[in-house]
Design a protein around this ligand. Structure first.
Ligand code: MUC
Ligand code: MG
Length: 373
């Protein structure tokens, strides 16, 4: 046991504006609320983490407000005075004492890894065993709610070289309207541009059978979570029925879900997210189950800002094959940032920051500016 302890912790809700409304099947996001964790350790090192979800309580069971309240009330007393260098020991205590709250657990583990990396002078990816790559492919989600605007947005981004793959968020309109929207975008962008579709659980299984057949005919590359998350057998039936790959997102939280889905082939691809899994080590366990079952990997997001996206990128960078790339574009959806130097997005990919820990520095003025009063 080291004598380096966690002395003080803080959870700050920040609200950042988005560049445009972002339409999902269950909500329209007009700004993003993130809970930023700051851990101050007895050796003078600070670790930072981020707990972010989508649209209050409309996407998952944790909201920004519940995450801050639960952190302050239940997590903080378990963290103060603990050995800051023993991350597994702290996470085991949290696992035993606190049910669920996976997004907060992920942010806690991120802050501990950031501090430990800074302490040892190595990156979070190095702490996880080493990065396999320092660049990860990043797609962009078209979700303005308007077909013409989505096409213009995509064409501009292709011209800039920022993205060459697009994910379309559908399911909030009637299936025939959604499918016509997807087909029009695919046709306008052409063969070389990959298009994936996220239905975010909006269809029942029989609607999904008809809808996916049409999306497959339109040349769509990947279909994400077409049906309700609990219908594992349905996901398995759809996976067996179609050539176009089906991806499990909301159905899959941790390695135990991954195991249950893998056993029945509920998905050709798994969307990994540190928030869903409850941390970086856990997301790698989920990935290990997928790899064992020959299920492909995709680096997902809960539309985190820079801290959460970089934490995800450190974990994803250690995997040997992220064959479907990532969607770590969250920071690009925001008009501003709360870190000094953000992520570099070029060539349809992002670069992993190179400094110790996450490789990020908080901008305290911006943190104050966007802090919820
Ligand atoms: C989801 O379900 O994948 C990720 C990108 C995006 O636009 O929404 C999220 C959530
Ligand atoms: Mg999804």
């Amino acid at each position: 046991m080291s004598n380096i302890t966690i002395q003080k912790v803080e959870a700050i809700i920040v609200d950042l504006p988005t560049i445009r409304p972002h339409h999902l099947s269950m909500t329209v996001m007009r700004n993003q609320a993130m809970v930023i964790l700051r851990f101050f350790c007895s050796d003078g090192i600070e670790g930072i983490g981020e707990a972010t979800t989508i649209g209050g309580l409309s996407y998952g069971e944790e909201s920004p407000e519940s995450m801050k309240l639960n952190f302050d009330t239940y997590f903080a007393p378990l963290l103060i005075g603990k050995d800051a260098t023993n991350i597994h020991q702290i996470m085991y205590v949290l696992e035993k004492s606190i049910r669920g709250n996976r997004i907060v657990k992920s942010a806690v583990e991120t802050a501990l890894l950031d501090a430990q990396g800074k302490r040892l002078g190595v990156s979070v990816a190095t702490l996880l065993g080493g990065a396999n790559t320092d660049r990860l492919p990043v797609l962009w989600a078209l979700a303005s709610g308007d077909t013409g605007k989505d096409i213009e947005e995509a064409q501009e981004l292709i011209k800039m070289g920022r993205h060459n793959t697009f994910k379309l968020k559908i399911g909030w309109r009637a299936p025939e309207i959604s499918i016509a929207h997807v087909a029009a975008i695919k046709k306008a962008l052409g063969e070389e541009i990959k298009i994936t579709v996220d239905v975010n659980q909006a269809w029942d299984e029989s609607t999904a059978k008809i809808g996916i057949a049409k999306l497959q005919d339109a040349g769509i590359d990947l279909i994400e979570q077409p049906i309700v998350k609990d219908n594992f057998e349905g996901l398995s039936r759809l996976t067996n029925m179609f050539i176009v790959p089906i991806m499990a997102d909301e159905a899959l939280n941790d390695a135990s879900d991954a195991y249950k889905l893998a056993k029945i082939r509920g998905g050709d691809v798994f969307a990994l997210k540190i928030g869903k899994s409850g941390g970086l080590y856990n997301v790698l366990k989920t990935a290990a189950v997928a790899e064992a079952a020959d299920i492909s990997l995709y680096g997902g997001t809960l539309l985190e800002g820079t801290i959460g996206s970089v934490a995800s990128a450190h974990a994803f960078s250690t995997l040997k094959n992220m064959s479907w790339g990532t969607e770590l574009f969250g920071p690009l959806l925001l008009t501003d940032d709360i870190v000094k130097k953000g992520i570099e997005f070029t060539d349809s990919s992002m670069k992993l920051p190179s400094g110790p820990g996450l490789g990020l520095e908080l901008d305290l003025d911006k943190l104050e500016k966007y802090r919820r009063k």
